[in-house]
Design a binder for this molecule. Structure first.
Ligand SMILES: [Zn+2]
Length: 106
């Protein structure tokens, strides 16, 4: 008789805590390296996004503003992203893939 294997998809709070720490560490690394190697910073972002998906941990508001959802670029204002305030909305544009991100801004 075949045994039914049930794999839990739920992640324990301890795992989520580790995931959160790894994400903020990856963002710290991206912040430290983007000047020398933008490609490496982008790689850190895509790793952080993978962790976020796998462990279902959300990014903080600050973290969300620092990467492009479309091409996984680590965004540095004035370098590869442009921010404009229009009608109480903060519009951030990624200069690599031209994708926009809008947030309500008060
Ligand atoms: Zn982009």
């Amino acid at each position: 008789m075949a045994k039914k294997v049930v794999r839990s998809r739920k992640k324990s709070p301890a795992q989520k805590k580790v995931a959160l720490e790894r994400i903020s560490e990856l963002f710290r690394q991206a912040e430290a390296t983007h000047n020398e190697d933008q490609g490496l910073a982008d790689r850190y972002v895509s790793l952080a996004r993978k962790i976020s998906l796998r462990y279902k941990v959300p990014f903080s508001k600050e973290q969300k503003a620092r990467f492009c959802k479309n091409c996984n670029s680590y965004l540095v204002p004035g370098k590869n992203s442009r921010s404009r305030i229009t009608k109480s909305r903060l519009v951030t544009q990624c200069l690599k893939c031209k994708a926009y991100r809008r947030v309500i801004y008060k």
